[in-house]
Design a protein around this ligand. Structure first.
Ligand code: ENO
Ligand code: FE2
Length: 391
């Protein structure tokens, strides 16, 4: 099928304390609030924030009762509240047509096509529940809307729509923690509903198996999905845990979020060193690497080959993966990937952000995946110790 998805609009968080999360995004991650509703009372408050080309919406059910609050473009989660990222909103062109298609596919529709308008025009949207945990998708036709966000929101003074006013260009990928054995059916659902395609992480990857990574302290199956019309933006990454000694980050996330959900959001930056330095000065803690990662001769050669210095990466725990088969060849300088995980936004088993800088490398490298995984295991263990100490 031709994908109905034109663009990623925004990712929505639901928080038990929206102001706290907004403050975190503003003071630590350099987001700017630019549109809001419900701040002066009402059953929910909703705030849209932007950093460069990345838009987040933060929602809170402020009435804290079992009655459903008014929440636009999202569905309130049941009480008790979970702090979570739970909606990925896409721009589409034909909401009624897509709605009928999703009904025919047997999807659970949470809101039928609905029109909202204000002085700047109108939008039509519907909401469908995904097959992953608490995740839903809002599908919005905003072709007849002229302001920068959506009807129902007030635009904040001093709001900056300047795309260059942040260090993030777009959402590179959204990673779901998925229950064991569910990846093939999730892939199939995104293919049928939205035209996503399997994006192999290595030549000849079987879509039913994905990339399996096992070994010391790691047990992970990764399956990546791409939406042809989204171009470089917003792959979906399905992360399943494979049997491993001890409990791991995917299992723990699933224990915390029944049936899984959005585990992390990969944010693309043109300069990961600047982004990591800025955010770290503002108080963001990054998952770090043991120094042996940077002193290992092969890794050092890989880093020097692309014109970088190991110390630059080590400072913020940044990982490098050259996409060529032979990382020691001169050719390796052409394609590489730099990544780092930030600490969880809420409790230790909650959603977290990732910085990623791609230099012509489109996939995910196994070396980086292993190192990212271990860095988050270490960070979570450290947070567990801190939690015990605080008790
Ligand atoms: O490489 C990436 O950016 C990934 O997103 C892979 C990944 C997914 C889930 C994990 O818990 C750890 C690593
Ligand atoms: Fe990632």
């Amino acid at each position: 099928m031709i994908s109905p998805i034109m663009r990623l609009s925004h990712v929505t968080f639901q928080a038990s304390n929206a102001l706290k999360l907004i403050e975190e995004f503003v003071t630590k991650y350099k987001f700017h609030p630019f549109a809001a509703r419900g701040l002066d009372g009402g059953s929910s408050c909703q705030v849209a924030l932007r950093n460069g080309g990345v838009v987040f919406m933060v929602n809170e059910n402020t009435q804290k009762t079992h009655e459903n609050p008014v929440m636009l473009y999202d569905i309130p989660l049941p009480i008790p509240f979970l702090d979570t990222a739970c909606n990925v909103s896409f721009e589409v062109e034909d909401v009624p047509g897509l709605y009928r298609h999703l009904v025919d596919e047997g999807c659970q529709l949470l809101l039928p096509p609905t029109e909202l308008h204000d002085d700047f025009g109108s939008v039509t949207y519907c909401i469908v529940k995904s097959v992953v945990g608490n995740v839903s998708h809002t599908l919005i036709d905003r072709r007849h809307y002229k302001a920068s966000f959506l009807p129902g929101f007030k635009y904040l003074k001093n709001n900056t729509n300047n795309l260059s006013s942040g260090n993030l260009t777009h959402v590179d990928h959204i990673a779901y923690a998925c229950p064991f054995g569910t990846s093939p059916s999730i892939l199939e659902w995104y293919r049928r509903c939205f035209g996503f395609q399997h994006f192999p992480l290595y030549k000849g990857e079987d879509p039913e198996r994905g990339l399996e990574i096992t070994g010391h302290r790691i047990g992970l199956r990764l399956t990546s999905l791409v939406c042809p019309r989204l171009g470089e933006g917003c792959k979906l990454v399905l992360a399943e845990s494979l049997p491993q000694e001890g409990i791991n980050q995917v299992d723990q996330f699933i224990e915390h979020h029944t049936d899984g959900g959005i585990q992390h959001i990969g944010l693309s930056t043109p300069d990961i060193f600047k982004a990591a330095r800025d955010l770290s000065h503002l108080g963001v803690r990054f998952a770090s690497q043991p120094s042996s990662y940077y002193s290992e001769p092969r890794k050092q050669k890989e880093i020097y080959n692309v014109g970088l210095e190991p110390q630059m990466l080590e400072k913020f725990g940044i990982l490098i993966d050259s996409a060529t088969e032979d990382i020691l060849s001169e050719d390796a300088s052409k394609k590489f990937l730099l990544q780092v995980f930030a600490e969880p936004l809420f409790s230790k088993n909650s959603v977290f952000l990732e910085l990623i800088e791609r230099r012509s490398a489109e996939g995910f490298g196994e070396g980086n995946i292993r190192a990212l995984w271990r860095s988050m295991q270490d960070l979570q263990e450290d947070l567990t110790v801190k939690e015990h100490e605080a008790q």
